[in-house]
Each structure stands twice: as C-alpha cells, then as structure tokens.
Design a protein. Structure first.
Length: 436
C-alpha cells in the first residue's frame, strides 16, 4: 500500500521543547466537531429516507455503505495528496470537497433520487476522509508522547459533541414532517407519490445548504491561519507496548499490532455505526419503546452524548490506567449491554442500548494511538491503513441490515457484540508489541 501521511516529511520542522500547542489543538478540535456532526446526521437520514423511498433495512443501509466506502477509496489518495500539498492545504481541500457533497443534496432532494443521495454522501465522506487522515495523527504528535491517547480522546470528545447535537437538530428539521404509512402510500397514484417523495426529500435541502456554508467558511479560515509544524518522523510509544526499535521493519504492514489495530478500527466503527444507524427504528419497535421517529431521533442524542461524556472522563482515566486495559474493559461492558438489550424489552432494552455510547467513547482514539505506536517513519502509512479500515462503517451496517430483514432488528444486534469481543482481545493482548 502506498504511503499515506498526515504531516508531510518534506515540509515540516520540529518545534523546540516546551512549545505551546494549545491554540493549534483548539483550531483542530473544530474539525472534529464538524465531521462528527455531519457523520451522525446519517442516523437521521436513514429512517427519513427509509420512509420516503419505502426501503428495506438492507437497502437503506446503502446510506452508510456509500458514506463509509469513501474511507476505503479515498484514504490512500488523501495521504498522497497531503504529502504533496501539505497538511494545511489538505485540510482546506477536504473541507471544500465535503462542502461540495453537501451542495449535491439540493439536486438529489429536488429530483427525489435515492442514487443521487448516495452519490452526494460519497463525495461528502471523501472530504471528511481527507480531514481524518490529516488531523488524527497530527493531534497524536502535537505534544508530549505519554499523553497522546489522552490528547486524541479529548479532541474526539468534541467530535462527540457534534454527534450529540446532530440528532437533536436533525430530528427537528428532517424528521418533523408527517410520514405516511405504507398503506397510505399504496393508495397514492404515481404522480401523487412522486410529489410526496419530492416534498419529503426536500426536508434535507436547507440543513445541508447550511452545512455547505459552514464548511466553505471553515476552509477559508484554515487557508489563512498558521499552524505549528511537527516533524513527520516524530512518533510516540504508547503504554501497553514495549519501547523497542522497529526500524528494521520494511513497512507498516510488518507491524502486527498495526494490522490488528486496523481490524480493531474496522470492528469499532462498524459496531458503533450499526447501533446508531438502527436506533431510531429500534426505539420505534412496540416491544422496545414504541416512539415516533422524531421522538426517537432525539433519544439518539443520548447514545452519542454518552460517548462525549465518556471521552471527557476517558481523557483523564487513560492517564491513570493503562490505555489498553481500559480499552478492553470498555469493550467487554459494551458487548454485555448489547446482549442485555437483545434479551430484554421495554425500558431495560432501551436504556442498555443507549448506554453503549458511553463505553464506545475511548475506543477509536485509543486503538488509533496504540496501533501507530513505534511505527516511526512508517507512521504515515499506518495512518492511511487505519483510516482505510473505517470502511467497517460501510460493510457491517449493510450486513446487519440484511440480517435484520430476515431475523428482526433486535436479534440482528449480535453482530456488534462480535465486534466488541474482538476489540476486547485487541486491548488485552493484540496491541502488545512485545508479544510479537
């Protein structure tokens, strides 16, 4: 795999010790908030477009498939682009690309075209991929080595602030329109059905036009600000692995803890996105909570809000406990909560699935920093591999949608349970470099 880096080695220089990186981290944190907000709006789009186009669970999961497939397609080219133009220009291009994707929602809604919605989501996600390839490892090296996990968890907490607010905003703007039942839709003629679908799809036009404006303005801000430059070779050894040299390795793929970490990212994103994607419909089930879509959409904010609270707490606890052990414990609890939700009904099933968000909180940043630990000159390539693994958010929800169509939405949650089992293994043993 071609090298993919977020901090170009041919342009960056190290700052002297004691440099103040707080202003740079504050600016970069705004990116985490923005892409968190946009990504979580998919959880509102899914039930809305499912109703508008009368889709099955497997078909509506093409929303997440289109969005997260962009990570597999765009991660490596994004790394190459950042290496050529610099990380700041890469961020600007990423923001503008994401803005273009948001603008495409307008014709998609106007034409009432589900395939065009999917295309717009792919373009939007390609821009976000470029932002992720640049920002995640940059935050990891922007400070003291021993606090890399804590620092990335803290910035990810603001990502979770975006994911918490998105369902509230989306439920109010997108899910507030009355949705006709399948029986009522069947009574409409072709012309009436086309008008109805166009009107319902149009509910997404204004929110995404505002998002496009925000992204374009943010791109303008990043084009003029100055950010500190950090040597690409600078890398950190994380707790949970020995500090031995890995310079003899020929590339990032030669590091087992990186490869296993990529699978961990695949499982984590897949499991988290699967749960979030089904929540509105799940909470609408009579045996769970029987909520209307707009009300269920607001409850989804608790799932993502739990992740936000967990990340603020986790940014401290990962300084107290070994990050890899904390990761394993969180994965075990998350898996247990999903099992409880599968085997119960009513409020217990509802609250146990919502509580999973809290324990998801530290998984992505912890897996990421554990996986790139000790890669040194191969850190950039490792970053590209890890960002490519986010494609789990495309494949696992799609598979869960297929399963839900056949055995029901509640029992289909066994798939995220398997994901958490693997993450527990990675935290307990798979990330230990001395083991390999």
């Amino acid at each position: 795999m071609a090298s993919s880096i977020s901090v170009p080695s041919n342009t960056l220089k190290s700052h002297p010790g004691g440099a103040n990186y707080t202003p740079a981290l504050a600016v970069l944190t705004s990116l985490f908030f923005t892409w968190g907000f946009i990504t979580c709006l998919n959880d509102i789009l899914i039930p809305h477009l499912k109703s508008v186009f009368t889709l099955s669970y497997s078909k509506v999961m093409f929303i997440q498939f289109s969005f997260f497939t962009a990570y597999a397609v765009a991660s490596i080219p994004s790394g190459w682009l950042v290496e050529k133009v610099g990380y700041k220009q890469g961020i600007v291009i990423g923001l503008l690309t994401a803005g273009a994707g948001c603008l495409l929602f307008y014709p998609a809604a106007g034409l009432g075209s589900y395939p065009l919605f999917l295309g717009a989501l792919f373009v939007l996600a390609a821009g976000i991929t470029l932002l992720q390839v640049a920002a995640n490892p940059y935050v990891a090296v922007l400070g003291a080595p021993g606090t890399a996990s804590s620092r990335l968890i803290l910035t990810q907490a603001f990502n979770s602030l975006g994911t918490t607010l998105a369902p509230l905003v989306g439920a109010g703007l997108i899910l507030s329109l009355e949705v006709k039942s399948a029986t009522a839709l069947a009574a409409l003629n072709a012309e009436e059905l086309a008008v109805y679908r166009t009107g319902q799809a149009g509910a997404v036009q204004v929110p995404y036009l505002w998002l496009a404006l925000v992204l374009i303005v943010t791109a303008a801000v990043f084009a003029v600000i100055k950010l500190p430059m950090i040597a690409a070779e600078q890398n950190h050894a994380q707790d949970g692995a020995d500090n031995g040299s890995f310079e003899s390795k020929s590339n990032a793929w030669s590091h087992p803890h990186l490869v296993l970490g990529a699978l961990g990212i695949f499982m984590y994103v897949g499991g988290e996105v699967s749960i979030g994607s089904f929540l509105v419909n799940y909470l609408g089930q009579p045996q769970i909570a029987g909520l209307m879509e707009a009300d269920a959409g607001r409850w989804v904010a608790l799932y993502w809000g739990g992740a936000m609270v967990g990340r603020f707490i986790g940014s401290y606890l990962t300084r107290v406990f070994r990050p890899h052990r904390y990761l394993a414990c969180n994965a075990i609890v998350a898996g247990a909560l999903v099992v409880i939700s599968m085997l119960t009904a009513g409020r217990i099933a509802m609250w146990s699935i919502l509580a999973v968000g809290f324990f998801n909180s530290i998984m992505f940043p912890t897996i990421f920093t554990l996986a790139i630990a000790g890669l040194n000159k191969h850190t950039g390539q490792g970053s590209g591999i890890l960002c490519t693994a986010i494609v789990g958010g495309a494949l696992i929800p799609l598979l869960q949608g297929f399963i839900a169509d056949h055995i029901g939405i509640q029992h289909a949650f066994f798939l995220p349970v398997l994901c958490y089992c693997y993450i527990a293994y990675y935290g307990w043993k798979g990330c230990l470099r001395k083991h390999w």
